[in-house]
Design a protein around this ligand. Structure first.
Ligand SMILES: [Zn+2]
Ligand SMILES: [Zn+2]
Ligand SMILES: [Zn+2]
Ligand SMILES: [Zn+2]
Ligand SMILES: [Zn+2]
Ligand SMILES: [Zn+2]
Ligand SMILES: [Zn+2]
Ligand SMILES: [Zn+2]
Length: 1849
């Protein structure tokens, strides 16, 4: 210890001395001494000794830094000089931070909670988020956020106020810190051992990091001392001199030398070298490189083998030998290899970062480095250092075993550096940031390239990324790509990129690595054995690495001035595409059965074209390539469209489900903008420039339906099975419709697009706000500086224009709907666009759903009753640049196809569906809408070229072709076809029209031949223009059309035009002859205003009519021909001459179709039936259950109750032998115990000051009372003086269904054997009601035939009170005989056991002697009490106003009473102690009690009257006679009344008491003294005055007025309520209904307390008194008990006398309006048990207890805290709010369920797990529902998804 172990005092002294000396003359000597001292204490050898030595070193440093001053004082002093205006708080993962888009300049801006709440962001677009990678607070940084959003602390520019730092304050720091930091570096050097094998010795790394932790923490603490200290640190870290002096290893210090060597080794081991070293080997490489390479023509770049020594290491861990490596090296000298492997450190900061990377970003170190960022000089230096190490970071990341953690740490740093535009621009200019990033990305991807197998498997020269590699699978590239996207969001940086041709070339090269990745090959024979999941990686890579940067770049190409950028991108993109086509040896046809969804180069090209036309006013033709290139460009996107259709047609089933996944992802909302939309747009561009005939025929060829497009009745399809023809044809036509009608990039404004997208999504389904936001991701804008989606209109305003909000509602079953948006009626009427819906649907059923909703709208609004067709919507006008697209609609090829299809549909050929017709009509209509010019009727221009289809149609205009009659068509058919036998018809036709039309015979038409001819033409044109290109011999595959030998040519008589076909179709659709009648014949106006309202919605006939009208409007000739056709009585549809064989296949197909439809319908029906069953079954309020109940209750009124068994279905009475039972659910409940005596419900605490104490709850007060009584009185008597069950009482409820108990037993047996998971535990007796599926756990036997007596005793009897009192006493004296052993009695015993075991033992054992029978007695009548009290609560606390509540309907109290009574009778009360006597007789021998040693009995005035009532009733033999019941009630009322008077008397002042006493005495002898409250009160006062009761004065005295009110309130209430309820259940009869103020009177008369109803003004409660013995004697006797008690315990007398009169209804804690209030307080609150901040905090909504959900920290005997609390707080029921998720969970016994949230955002939506982080507000209705379910104990019934929690919550 002696060496370094100077004592604390020595250190301080040394430090003080040195500081003084340094300032003085001997400064140099002192400096030397200091250096030596530091070298000694900081030496690595000393440090590695473990924590002790490190502590010692740090202790020294503290002393030295402060110069011997106390450390805390020094810290304070330095803090005073903090000029920093930035917050800069650094946080790590899972920290809760905020982001305000209104205030943010950078999208990455984030604020700490404190800064956010201190700033002003009300009304801003902000959200809370849980940090993933960690971050830092940007408050105060005006580069990242607007100053308006700064918080108060960071708004003031305090620079000027901070005085200069005195020189000597930090003098020591300046001297000590260089050596300290150097020692840290030395430790790092020492600790690192280059791993021998590939595996880094992680253990070693962790060890050294652990040792260094105190050092780094020390540095972190220094940074927190503010700007002054940070600035010293910056100096030290960035000084080149310090670094040179200390670490270069040139000195004589051997230790330092060794350390420097280790550093060099580590550097070399990382594939890095000093630039000087590099120079030498670089030369060699250059020489070697050029000689061996195969140049792979990339403009502006030369390829080199690049296998320099330095990269060897990299290649070893990449996969070897796959494909051919292509490494690109840019010719420019600045962008070279040196980026990858040259590194020289010049200051501490640089080497420190190097080691930070080497050690894979230890958290501590990262935090320290980030904490320094508020220092501006440091920030710049650090950013440059980071950029310098960028390549090294990538290499380390790729090798890392924990790449996820490391990625997060990298981004944690880089986001702080690159979000700042100014800084990003600076490093771009000074440090080649862009070159470095692009090069690094390129190098990274190069390590996982494989040869592309697209098109030419053997000879392809293209390489693509291998999506199966870890780099892609694990998304390891993410941090680098996200940095790149981040810097491209800065305009100044993006401009640099777009101007730099070299960078663009490199970038396109990078993108081409993804072109054609993840190739799919269609499996034709076997099902794939293994479904590759690589497609996730592929889609993610294209989106993140290609599309996101693209959108970033595009966001800067929005104005005319940026035309040049677009030209650059398009140029290099086309070059890259050309290279790609060459590399894959592409000619003109795609390889069959292959598809890749990844064409990023195509998409770059397309999106830049679109921007050029839309925003930059560029002439499209100046940037488009030649025709040949366009033809090539269209092939692959088209192939994707055809493949989509194939996949939907189940042609790819053998490839497994994943291929469907790809098809869905391709159109899914997050990808569509970057994938399908650019593809469709590119196809539209190609179509607008290419020959339309060529394009159309290509489409049908790609969709493999060319053979189908013949007019012959039979055909052969060589490429497609006939089962797929139908859906492929639909696919092809649908694609054409999409292509021709979409205007997303062809002229729609951003606002129109947003609106169309929104309408499409809303039409599919009602949507929540967040799902809508999620579904409509317009150009995932990586630069959301505005916070608003592009376009002038915001999302919100468009939404309110197209949709209505449906507020969150509850469905009857209790499930909760969120706030939804639904389309407005006008939207359905005018804007519903099926085309957009088709484009945006992942599942076909979504299209159907939209159509169903549309149908429903039309029906509801009365617009169209039938089954409508998709409405035709007029398209937005085409942008002039794309006018050429219309040519597709006016080309002969398309017309031939349309004509053929119309004909085939009319002739009922197979495989043609209504869908096909719909699309055909759609295309015709589009053609008519977009006819090139008003056709002149004379125009019959024939182009002279000899083409086979010239004989079909004369021109290319659809308007004129429509009326063109085709008489005969040559078809190629199999020899067996019916057409063959036909003779070429003679001119038998009497049809005059035909002669005037083309009488030639249309030639055999072959689409394939057409396309090839066109292709050849285009190629020839090109080749003559440009130099000839060598065409490979692929053309040999071209065979003559129709060469299949079995085919023969036949001539088919047709004699139709499109118009005539349409009219016949109308007849066919309507099922009537001549159903079409031209509307203009009646009303010529329609030709001028053809927009007939009834045409806007309708079915197929409407569509035909609309088309015919449009055709007539456009041409007079058409009009005439239509009229002519109609005028002719057309013969019925040509007779079908179908061979029987053909008929069979047709029938078969039809049958199959019909069977499919039937099956669909059945399934749908089944599903809906099941749904509706579930709804009714699960719904507790469902009418079904209600009727069942009503029947059950109503039947109880007839002489003998008849019960239906819901298991066997038989009905009958319940008998002793075969008892019936009610299905019941027993549950322990503490709801009553939660009542409080205050009308204000408690609030959930949200600050430390607010606390909730359980002292004033009903449960607590009852507990105190019982304990007090037990202290002074005999135990057994105490246990009869109160009720328990306020906590852990047993509540019994039923669904009202009954079953035979033996049936139930076999039912339980069957459940036990059923292995299906049921969500409840049969072993615990749990089951669901066989009828209504309500949860239950026991069966309550029904007492047989007791209804007979009831009617006998319905009326009041005339016996006198005295006799009745005697009768009651006699009946009670009769010993309860054990009932004979019957099935019924056994069941009653068993249910009693169930009831008892429902609650915990601690809730049943209150006796001083455990296990005493008194416990059971108390428990049984308390069960009755609990159920009565709960029913009262359910009725809202009174009987009258809530009388109609459903709560009473399903009560099983009557049956429960029988069970309880049977058991109570077994406990005979010793007649001497029976309270009945004390209530009805005056006793003589009261003195005998006093003598005994025992504790006395509880005085009658202390006894709880309700409990007495239950005891009396339940100990009577059953069934009870009503007259006895009334008698008991009357007697107890006298007691209650006296208790009230006694309580009143102790409350008032002594003077008042005197007054009462006197006035009472005066009136005592008046006639009605026994019924006058004044007289009685006077008597009570005088009697009680005999004891010491009034002696102790209370300060709290009531004034006279409040006294009277208090009195009237309390004497009235409770007993009559409970009693009436009891009477209702025992004897039937309706509960009276009345006003609240009359309640007492009404109840009293109903109970028989009042002879008849009196109006309330003349009424006093005293008039209900009916004394069995003289009142004054009775009262005197009761009072004397108190007096004698008062003699012994004067202090307790009063407290026991005053009982709480009335409890408020149980309530849950009130929650604050804003969720944030809860979140801020609780998410960082520590648990009082474990004193830690829980990972999953939760709070009990009943009592406010804070618990650690799932936390092991607070686990007790295998119970986690939440479960434990649910048992203690709610006797098994717990309601917890999960703080971090905003949702509520319910625990019920061994099960739990997620209830949902009571906090909703502004759009009525939940935000589970706070993912969106938007402000949440309380939904009062939901909370009320929750409270209601809690109070009514219906959690089990209403919530459906319960699961076991295994005590782990
Ligand atoms: Zn902050
Ligand atoms: Zn702040
Ligand atoms: Zn703001
Ligand atoms: Zn049965
Ligand atoms: Zn039921
Ligand atoms: Zn609680
Ligand atoms: Zn805890
Ligand atoms: Zn805990």
């Amino acid at each position: 210890m002696a060496g370094t172990g100077a004592s604390g005092r020595d250190k301080w002294e040394t430090a003080t001395r040195l500081k003084a000396a340094l300032g003085g003359e001997n400064g140099a000597a002192a400096a030397g001494e200091l250096r030596a001292l530091l070298e000694r204490v900081l030496a690595p050898a000393a440090g590695s000794g473990g924590g002790e030595a490190a502590g010692e070193a740090l202790e020294w440093c503290r002393c030295l830094l402060s110069g011997g001053e106390p450390w805390d004082g020094f810290v304070q002093a330095v803090r005073a000089y903090d000029p920093a205006t930035l917050c800069g708080l650094v946080w790590t993962a899972n920290f809760v931070a905020y982001r305000c888009r209104t205030c943010g300049i950078s999208p990455c801006m984030s604020l700490c909670a404190e800064c956010f709440h201190q700033g002003e962001h009300a009304g801003h677009d902000y959200n809370m988020f849980r940090s993933q990678a960690g971050g830092a607070c940007d408050c105060g940084d005006s580069n990242v956020m607007r100053e308006a959003g700064f918080c108060k602390r960071h708004r003031i520019k305090s620079n000027s106020n901070v005085p200069c730092v005195p020189k000597d304050l930090l003098m020591m720091s300046e001297l000590v810190l260089p050596q300290f930091i150097f020692s840290l570096i030395q430790h790092l050097r020492e600790g690192y051992n280059e791993p021998a094998l590939d595996l880094p010795s992680e253990k070693d790394l962790h060890k050294i990091l652990q040792v260094l932790e105190p050092h780094v923490s020390f540095l972190e603490d220094l940074t927190k001392m503010g700007g002054a200290m940070r600035s010293v640190l910056t100096q030290v870290l960035t000084s080149q001199q310090f670094y040179k002096d200390l670490s270069s290893g040139v000195g004589e210090n051997a230790c330092a030398k060794k350390s420097h060597e280790k550093y060099l080794i580590a550097l070399k081991g990382s594939g890095l070298a000093f630039p000087e070293d590099k120079l030498a080997c670089g030369m060699e490489e250059q020489g070697a490189g050029t000689s061996t390479l195969a140049v792979q023509g990339l403009a502006g770049a030369t390829a080199t083998s690049g296998q320099g020594d330095s990269s060897d290491e990299e290649d070893q861990d990449g996969s070897q030998g796959v494909g051919k490596r292509k490494r690109v090296k840019l010719s420019s000298t600045t962008k070279d290899q040196s980026i990858m492997d040259v590194l020289k450190h010049k200051c501490f900061l640089e080497e420190l970062l190097f080691w930070t990377i080497k050690y894979e970003f230890p958290q501590k170190m990262v935090t320290f480095l980030l904490n320094m960022l508020p220092d501006q000089d440091y920030k710049v230096a650090f950013t440059k250092t980071f950029v310098q190490h960028y390549a090294f970071i990538m290499k380390t990341l790729k090798k890392s075993h924990e790449s996820d953690t490391m990625s997060n740490r990298i981004v944690h740093i880089s986001v702080q550096l690159f979000s700042n535009e100014e800084l990003a621009r600076q490093v771009t200019e000074e440090c080649q940031l862009l070159d470095i990033m692009v090069t690094v990305l390129l190098y990274m991807m190069e390590s996982c390239l494989i040869k592309s197998e697209l098109q030419d498997e053997e000879n392809s020269l293209h390489v693509v990324v291998n999506c199966g590699e870890a780099l892609l699978k694990n998304n390891t590239y993410w941090p680098l790509v996200s940095d790149f996207i981040n810097i491209l969001s800065h305009q100044s940086v993006a401009k640099k990129f777009l101007e730099d041709h070299g960078l663009l070339v490199t970038w396109m090269n990078f993108v081409s690595f993804f072109q054609g990745m993840n190739l799919n090959k269609r499996e034709l024979n076997e099902h794939v054995e293994f479904e590759s999941q690589t497609y996730y990686a592929a889609f993610a890579a294209e989106l993140e690495a290609c599309a996101q940067p693209m959108w970033g770049l595009l966001s800067h190409c929005k104005v005319r001035e940026t035309q040049e950028y677009t030209r650059n991108v398009v140029r290099y993109c086309l070059e890259a595409l050309q290279d790609w086509f060459d590399a894959i040896n592409f000619v003109d046809e795609p390889a069959p059965n292959q598809v890749t969804f990844h064409l990023p180069l195509h998409r770059y090209f397309a999106m830049f074209l679109s921007k050029a036309v839309k925003c930059q006013e560029l002439d499209l033709d100046t940037i488009l390539p030649d025709q040949e290139m366009l033809m090539k460009l269209m092939i692959h996107p088209l192939q994707i469209q055809a493949s989509l259709s194939e996949i939907h047609s189940n042609m790819w089933v053998r490839n497994g489900l994943q291929i469907k996944g790809q098809a869905m992802t391709y159109v899914q909302s997050h990808f569509c903008n970057s994938m399908i939309d650019p593809d469709i747009y590119l196809l539209q561009v190609c179509a607008s420039r290419l020959d339309p005939d060529y394009f159309i025929s290509s489409v049908f060829e790609r969709f493999k339906v060319v053979d189908l497009l013949t007019m012959a009745s039979q055909h052969q399809n060589t490429v497609l099975d006939s089962e797929h023809e139908r859906s492929m044809l639909e696919g092809a036509l649908t694609f054409l419709v999409l292509l021709l009608s979409l205007r997303l990039h062809l002229g729609m404004t951003d606002d129109e697009i947003l609106r169309a997208e929104m309408v499409a999504q809303l039409c599919m389904n009602d949507r929540t706000h967040s799902s809508l936001l999620d579904l409509i991701s317009l150009e995932k804008n990586p630069n959301p500086k505005s916070g608003i989606i592009p376009g002038s209109l915001s999302f919100e305003s468009v939404l309110s224009a197209v949709a209505d909000f449906k507020a969150p509602v509850f469905e009857p079953g209790g499930s909760m709907q969120q706030g939804m948006y639904t389309p407005k009626a006008e939207v359905w009427d005018k804007e519903f666009d099926p085309v957009m819906v088709i484009l945006r649907t992942v599942y076909r059923r979504d299209v159907q759903s939209a159509m169903d909703r549309y149908t429903a709208f039309l029906k509801q609004s009365g617009k169209f009753p039938g089954n409508p067709w998709p409405p035709y919507k007029k398209r937005t006008p085409l942008h002039p640049s794309y006018k050429g697209l219309v040519k597709l609609l006016h080309c002969k090829t398309l017309h031939i196809v349309l004509f053929t299809l119309l004909y085939k549909i009319l002739m009922d050929h197979q495989n043609l569906s209504e869908h096909v017709l719909c699309m055909v009509l759609y295309l015709i209509e589009l053609g008519l809408e977009n006819s090139p010019e008003r056709e002149s009727d004379e125009e019959v221009v024939r182009c002279g070229q000899e083409r086979c289809h010239d004989s079909w149609f004369p021109g290319s205009n659809l308007v004129s072709n429509m009326r063109h009659f085709i008489n005969y068509v040559r078809v190629r058919v199999p020899e067996t076809a019916p057409e063959v036998k036909k003779e070429p018809p003679a001119s038998t036709s009497s049809d005059g029209l035909a002669s005037s039309q083309n009488s030639g015979t249309a030639q055999v038409f072959s689409l394939v031949a057409e396309r090839r001819k066109k292709f050849q033409e285009i190629i020839n044109r090109n080749t003559s223009e440009a130099n000839q290109v060598v065409r490979p011999k692929a053309s040999m595959k071209w065979s003559a059309p129709g060469a299949t030998p079995q085919l023969t040519t036949a001539i088919l008589e047709v004699k139709e035009s499109m118009l005539s076909l349409l009219i016949k179709l109308h007849h066919k659709l309507s099922g009537k002859q001549n159903s079409y009648y031209p509307p203009w014949l009646d009303d010529v106006d329609v030709l001028i205003h053809p927009e007939i309202p009834r045409y806007s919605h309708g079915d197929g006939m409407t569509a035909v009519e609309r088309i015919l009208l449009k055709a007539a409007v456009q041409s007079r000739l058409n009009k005439r021909i239509i009229e002519e056709i109609c005028r002719k009585v057309t013969p019925p549809v040509p007779p079908k001459k179908i061979s029987s064989a053909e008929k069979k296949t047709l029938d078969k197909e039809e049958r199959r179709q019909k069977a499919r439809e039937r099956q669909q319908k059945l399934l749908a029906e089944f599903a809906s039936r099941q749904k509706s069953f579930m709804e009714t079954a699960m719904d507790v309020e469902s009418p079904d259950a209600d009727t069942a109940m009503e029947i059950a209750t109503s039947e109880q009124h007839v002489s003998e109750a008849i019960y239906d068994c819901v298991i066997c279905g038989q009905s009958g009475p319940s008998t002793e032998d075969r008892p019936t039972g009610l299905v019941v659910l027993l549950q322990a409940s503490s709801v009553l115990g939660q009542c409080r005596n205050s009308t204000e419900p408690k609030k959930l605490p949200t600050t430390e000051e607010e606390q909730i104490y359980p002292w004033d709850t009903c449960a607590a007060l009852h507990d105190v009372r019982l304990t007090t009584l037990q202290r002074y009185f005999k135990d057994s008597s105490c246990l009869q003086a109160v009720s328990i069950g306020w906590e852990g009482g047993v509540y019994v409820q039923t669904c009202g269904h009954t079953l035979h108990i033996d049936c139930h037993k076999s039912y339980m047996e069957s459940l036990r054997n059923d292995q299906v998971l049921q969500g409840f535990s049969v072993d615990k007796g749990e089951f669901t009601c066989p009828l209504c599926r309500q949860f239950a756990n026991s069966v309550l036997p029904c007492y047989p035939g007791n209804n007979v007596e009831r009617s006998l005793w319905q009326s009041h009897s005339n016996k006198c009170m005295r006799d009745l009192v005697q009768e009651v006493e006699d009946l009670q004296e009769q010993l309860g005989t054990f009932p004979s052993e019957t099935n019924l009695s056994k069941e009653m015993e068993s249910v009693m056991k169930d009831i008892k075991s429902t609650t915990q033992k601690k809730y049943t054992d209150y006796s001083k002697s455990p296990g005493s029978p008194d416990n059971d007695f108390l428990f049984m009548y308390s069960v009755a009490r609990t159920n009565l009290e709960l029913e009262l609560v359910h009725r809202g606390g009174n009987l009258c106003s809530g009388g109609a509540s459903t709560a009473g309907k399903r009560s099983c109290l009557n049956q429960l009473f029988h069970v309880l009574a049977m058991h109570m009778r077994l406990y005979s009360i010793d007649s001497a102690y029976n309270p009945w006597r004390k209530l009805t007789q005056t006793m003589q021998d009261k003195n005998s009690e006093l003598i005994s040693e025992e504790l006395p009995e509880v005085p009658v005035l202390y006894r709880d009257v309700s409990s007495l009532l239950l005891i009396q009733i339940l100990t009577m033999p059953q069934p009870l006679h009503k007259e006895h019941f009334t008698c008991i009630v009357k007697v107890l009322f006298t007691l209650l009344y006296t208790q009230a008077l006694a309580a009143l008397s102790v409350k008032c002042s002594a003077e008042d008491r005197m007054a009462w006493k006197e006035s009472g005495a005066l009136k005592k002898n008046t006639c009605n003294g026994e019924k006058s409250w004044e007289v009685l009160l006077g008597h009570v006062v005088s009697e009680l005055s005999k004891g010491k009761i009034y002696e102790e004065r209370e300060t709290e005295e009531l004034t006279f007025l409040t006294l009277v009110t208090a009195y009237s309130e309390f004497s009235n209430y409770f007993l009559p309520l409970i009693t009436s309820l009891l009477q209702h259940h025992l004897f039937g009869g309706d509960l009276p209904s009345c006003q609240e103020d009359e309640e007492f009177t009404v109840l009293a008369s109903c109970l028989g307390l009042l002879p008849s109803f009196q109006s309330s003004d003349e009424f006093t409660s005293a008039s209900c008194l009916d004394w069995p013995v003289p009142a004054f004697d009775m009262i005197s006797q009761w009072c004397s008990e108190l007096a004698s008690f008062a003699d012994r315990h004067p202090d307790q007398v009063k407290a026991l006398l005053i009982q709480e009169p009335k409890w408020d209804l149980p309530r849950l804690l009130q929650l604050p309006e804003n969720y944030n209030t809860i979140f801020q307080y609780y998410h960082r609150k520590t648990c009082t048990v474990c004193t830690k901040v829980p990972k999953d905090p939760a709070v009990c909504l009943v009592c406010g207890t804070f618990v650690c959900l799932k936390g092991l920290c607070c686990k007790q005997q295998s119970y986690c805290e939440c479960v434990l609390h649910s048992q203690n707080c709610g006797a098994g029921t717990g309601i917890f709010l999960l703080i971090n998720a905003s949702v509520i969970i319910i625990i019920r016994g061994h099960r739990f369920c997620l209830w949902g949230s009571v906090y909703l955002d502004a759009h009525g939506e939940e935000d589970r797990d706070l993912r969106r982080g938007k402000p949440l507000y309380i939904c009062k209705e939901r909370y009320k529902v929750l409270e209601q379910q809690w109070v009514s104990h219906t959690f089990d019934h209403i919530n459906k998804r319960w699961g076991p929690h295994y005590n782990g919550l």
